[in-house]
Design a protein around this ligand. Structure first.
Ligand code: HEC
Ligand code: HEC
Length: 315
C-alpha cells in the first residue's frame, strides 16, 4: 500500500519534471526593450532619465537614446555600463537598489542582443567567408545575414559549427567541423522553427598534395599565371606549363629550397603581387612600389617546399 503510493508520487513528479523541461525548451522568447522599459526604466528610472533634459543626457524610455549613449553592449552584459551601474547599486541614484530579478531581466535583455523589438519571424543567411577549406576543418568561418540571436545554430552539412560566437545580429563566427570527404555542402542557420540555407555554398577540399598538378591547379593557375605567362612574362618566368616553369633556371632548383627563387619569393610573402601592380617601367621607381597581394597560405607554401625537396617532378 505504502509502496504503491510512493510509486504514484514518483510518477507524478516525473511527469511534472518532464512538463517543466518541455515548456522551458519551448519558451525561447527574447527579452526586448519594451519589457524592460515597462518593468524597470519607466517606473524606476524615468523620473530622472526622461523628458527634455534627462540626467546624464540619457533618456531610458527611448531606445534610440540608450543606443546612442552606448550604455549597453549587445550580447555583452559584462561590458555594459548600464548593467554595471545597477549591479553596483549606483543606480537608481538615491533609491533602493534593483532586486536580483530586475537585474537579471536587464542582463537577459542585453545577452539577447539588447533588441528594440522581437526579432522578425525570418532568419536570413546571406553569405559566408571563406568559401572553401580543407576537409580537416578546425578553422573559423564568418556567417553573415540577418536577425541572428545567441540561440541561432549553424551547421555545415548538418554538422554543428562549434565555438559559435554571435558578433551581432548580422554576424556569427564559428569553427568549421571536419568533413568525411571533399565536396560542396549546405550551410544552414536555424533558430527554433526558422531556418535559412545557402545550398552547396561551402566547398571542402582535400589538403594540397606536393605534386605539380595539384600546385598548378590550386596555386599557379589561379594566383600566378595571370602575370607569369604570355610573350613577355616578368623576369622571363612563364608558369603556364611544367616545361616553361622548369626552363627558367633560377625559379626552381630541384631538391634545393635555398636556391629556388620561387620558394624564396612566396615564403617571404613577396609573391604573388596584386593584379595591376606590375612594373611601371617609367622611372627608377623602387621595388616597394609594387603591391603585394595576400601571401600564400602556409599549406600552399609547405606543399611547394615538399614538391621542390622531392625533386620538383612533373607529377
Ligand atoms: C534620482 C535620479 C536618478 C534616477 C532615479 C536614476 N538615475 Fe541614472 N543617473 C542619474 C544621474 C544624475 C546620472 C549622472 C551622474 C552619474 O553617472 O552618477 C546618472 C547616470 C546614469 C548612467 C550613466 C550614463 C553615462 O553615460 O555615464 C546610467 C547607465 C544610469 N544612470 C542608469 C540608470 C538606471 C538604469 C536607472 C533606473 C534603474 C537610473 N539610472 C535611475 C540620476 C538618476
Ligand atoms: C600581378 C602580377 C604578378 C603575379 C600575380 C605574380 N607575379 Fe611573380 N612577378 C611579377 C613581377 C612584376 C615580377 C618582377 C618583380 C621585380 O622585378 O621585382 C615577378 C617576379 C617573380 C619571381 C622572380 C623571378 C626571378 O627571376 O627572380 C618569381 C619567382 C615569381 N615572380 C613567382 C611568382 C609566383 C610563384 C606567383 C604566384 C604565387 C607570382 N609570382 C605571382 C608579377 C607577378
Amino acid at each position: 500500500m505504502e509502496n504503491k503510493s510512493k510509486g504514484r508520487i514518483k510518477i507524478f513528479f516525473t511527469i511534472l519534471e518532464m512538463t517543466v523541461v518541455f515548456s522551458t525548451a519551448q519558451v525561447s522568447a527574447v527579452v526586448t526593450f519594451d519589457e524592460v522599459n515597462k518593468k524597470i526604466f519607466t517606473p524606476i528610472c524615468a523620473s530622472c532619465h526622461s523628458g527634455g533634459f534627462p540626467d546624464a543626457d540619457l533618456d531610458l524610455t527611448q531606445y534610440t537614446s540608450i543606443k546612442s549613449k552606448e550604455v549597453v553592449v549587445p550580447f555583452d552584459p559584462q561590458k555594459s555600463l548600464l548593467l554595471q551601474k545597477v549591479v553596483s547599486g549606483e543606480m537608481p541614484a538615491g533609491g533602493d537598489a534593483l532586486s536580483e530579478t530586475q537585474i537579471q531581466l536587464i542582463r537577459d535583455w542585453i545577452s539577447d542582443g539588447a533588441l528594440d523589438a522581437p526579432p522578425a519571424a525570418t532568419l536570413n543567411l546571406k553569405s559566408i567567408n571563406p568559401l572553401f577549406g580543407s576537409i580537416q576543418g578546425g578553422y573559423f568561418m564568418d556567417i553573415l545575414g540577418e536577425n541572428f540571436t545567441p540561440d541561432t545554430e549553424v551547421t555545415l552539412d548538418n554538422k554543428p559549427c562549434t565555438e559559435k560566437k554571435v558578433i551581432s545580429t548580422n554576424q556569427i563566427n564559428c569553427r568549421v567541423p571536419k568533413a568525411e570527404g571533399p565536396g560542396k555542402v549546405d550551410v544552414k542557420v536555424t533558430l527554433g522553427s526558422l531556418s535559412s540555407t545557402l545550398e552547396k555554398s561551402f566547398e571542402y577540399r582535400l589538403p594540397l598534395g606536393p605534386t605539380f598538378s595539384a600546385l598548378y591547379t590550386h596555386v599557379f593557375k589561379p594566383k600566378c599565371i595571370g602575370c607569369h605567362s604570355g610573350n613577355n612574362p616578368p623576369h622571363d618566368l612563364d608558369m603556364s606549363s611544367y616545361e616553361t616553369l622548369m626552363s627558367h633556371r633560377r625559379a626552381i632548383v630541384p631538391g634545393d629550397l635555398k636556391k629556388s627563387r620561387l620558394y624564396k619569393m612566396v615564403s617571404r610573402g613577396k609573391m604573388p603581387l596584386k593584379p595591376g601592380s606590375s612594373k611601371k617601367d617609367d622611372d627608377d621607381s623602387e621595388e616597394d612600389d609594387e603591391q603585394q597581394a595576400d601571401p600564400l597560405p602556409q599549406q600552399e607554401i609547405e606543399a611547394i617546399a615538399h614538391w621542390i625537396l622531392q625533386g620538383a617532378l612533373n607529377n
